[in-house]
Ligand binder design. Structure first.
Ligand SMILES: C[S@@+](CC[C@H](N)C(=O)[O-])C[C@H]1O[C@@H](n2cnc3c(N)ncnc32)[C@H](O)[C@@H]1O
Length: 330
C-alpha cells in the first residue's frame, strides 16, 4: 500500500523478510565453517611441496614438513638458475685479487710458519683458544682419508634418512663412523644424544671430536661416540633401542666372524619390525656362508633380509649399494 510519505511495509512482509535473511545467513555460515581449506597457520608452517619432498611429520598425519632432507627438483632448478644468471664457469684457480689458492699441504705449512693473520705471541699464545685443534685437522686432511669425496656423506644421510623414515626423535647407531662424514648430518638432524657411534680409529675420532663437532656447531648435540673395535656395545647402555643401525663402508673391512658377533649383539637393540639395519657395498659375510645358511643364521638372530637398494649421488657420478635388514620378531 503506497502512502504519500514513502513505502509502508506490512508486519507479515517484515517477518517473512527477516526469516529469509536468517535462513540465508545460517547456510552461508555453515558452508564457510565446513570448508576444508588449510588453516592459515598450517600453510605458513609448511615449507615443502605437497609430497613433502623428503620427510614429513607422518606421526601427526598433518603433512607438515618437520625438516626436509632430500634435495628437491625445485632446489636443483633454483641452484642451476643461480649459476646461469651469475654466468659462472669452472675456471683455473689461480692467484687473483683477494684470493690466494693453497693446497692443504701449503696451508698447513703457512699455519705452522705464520700462524693466523692476527695471533697472540708467547706466553699469551695458548690462553685464548678453548679447544686448540691440530693443524692437520684445521686444513681438513681428514676429509681425504677414505678416498672418496667428502660430499658423498650427505648422499648417504639422505638415502638412509628416507629409507628408515627418520624423525628427529629416532635413535641411530653408526658402526665405524670415521670422521663423521655421514654422522654430522645425522647429528644435526637428530635430537641431542640420539646419535651413537662405535669407531676404532684414533685419528678419525680426533677429527670427529676436535674438528667436526666444534666447527659445525654441533657440540650441544652430545653424540655418544665410543672408541672400540670388538663390536662391544656395552657403553651405549643396556636399554637403548635403535630405529636405525648402519655401517657405511665398514663391514667389508671386517672379518666375517666379527660382523656376525656384532649382528648377534645388535639384534635385540633394534626396534622390532620397524627398525632397520643398513649395510653398504656388499654382504659377503652373508654370501660366503651360502644363501640358505645365511638366511637361517639371520633368522636364528631374529633378523631378516628385506632387500637391496641403490642410491645416486647428487654431486658426482656414483651410486651406493645398500642392503636392508629388519628384526622379524619382538
Ligand atoms: C671407509 S671408513 C668409513 C667411515 C664412515 N662410515 C664413512 O662412511 O665416512 C671405515 C671406518 O670403519 C672403521 N672400522 C673398521 N673396523 C672397525 C671395527 N672393528 N670397529 C669399529 N670401527 C671400525 C675404520 O676405522 C674407519 O673409520
Amino acid at each position: 500500500m503506497a502512502s504519500p510519505r514513502g513505502v509502508v511495509i506490512t508486519v507479515p512482509t517484515l517477518v517473512l523478510s527477516l526469516l529469509g535473511a536468517a535462513i540465508f545467513l545460517f547456510f552461508l555460515f555453515f558452508s564457510l565453517s565446513s570448508c576444508n581449506c588449510p588453516a592459515p597457520s598450517a600453510v605458513a608452517r609448511s615449507s615443502s611441496p605437497p609430497s613433502c619432498g623428503g620427510l614429513c611429520d607422518s606421526a601427526s598425519g598433518s603433512g607438515v614438513s618437520v625438516e626436509r632432507v632430500r634435495t628437491s627438483v625445485e632446489d636443483i632448478e633454483w641452484v642451476k638458475d643461480q649459476i646461469r644468471v651469475n654466468g659462472l664457469h669452472m675456471a683455473e684457480n689461480v692467484l687473483r685479487k683477494g684470493i690466494n689458492p693453497r693446497t692443504r699441504a701449503q696451508q698447513l705449512e703457512d699455519l705452522r710458519n705464520f700462524k693466523g693473520i692476527s695471533h697472540y705471541e708467547e706466553p699469551e699464545a695458548s690462553n685464548h683458544t678453548a679447544l686448540p685443534c691440530p693443524g692437520e685437522l684445521l686444513v681438513e686432511e681428514h676429509h681425504s682419508n677414505y678416498g672418496e669425496p667428502w660430499a658423498g656423506g650427505r648422499d648417504v644421510f639422505e638415502f638412509l634418512a628416507e629409507a628408515s623414515h627418520l624423525k628427529p626423535e629416532s635413535r641411530v647407531l653408526e658402526i665405524g663412523c670415521g670422521t663423521l662424514r655421514v654422522g654430522v648430518h645425522f647429528i644435526r638432524y637428530l635430537e641431542p644424544s640420539h646419535f651413537h657411534c662405535l669407531e676404532r680409529d684414533e685419528l678419525s675420532l680426533m677429527a670427529a671430536l676436535r674438528y667436526e663437532l666444534p666447527s659445525q656447531g654441533l657440540l650441544h648435540k652430545r653424540p655418544l661416540i665410543v672408541r672400540g673395535e670388538d663390536m662391544d656395545f656395552m657403553k651405549f647402555g643396556s636399554k637403548v633401542v635403535y630405529d636405525l643401525i648402519y655401517a657405511s663402508a665398514v663391514f667389508l673391512h671386517m672379518p666375517d666372524k666379527l660382523v656376525w658377533v656384532g649382528l648377534e649383539r645388535l639384534a635385540s637393540k633394534l626396534k622390532p619390525y620397524e627398525g632397520r639395519i643398513f649395510i653398504s657395498h656388499n654382504v659377503k659375510f652373508c654370501s660366503r656362508l651360502g644363501g640358505e645358511e645365511c638366511t637361517r643364521r639371520l633368522a636364528s638372530l631374529g633378523l631378516e633380509y628385506v632387500g637391496k637398494h641403490t642410491h645416486d649421488s647428487l654431486l658426482f657420478n656414483h651410486y651406493e649399494i645398500w642392503f636392508e635388514f629388519r628384526r622379524s620378531k619382538a
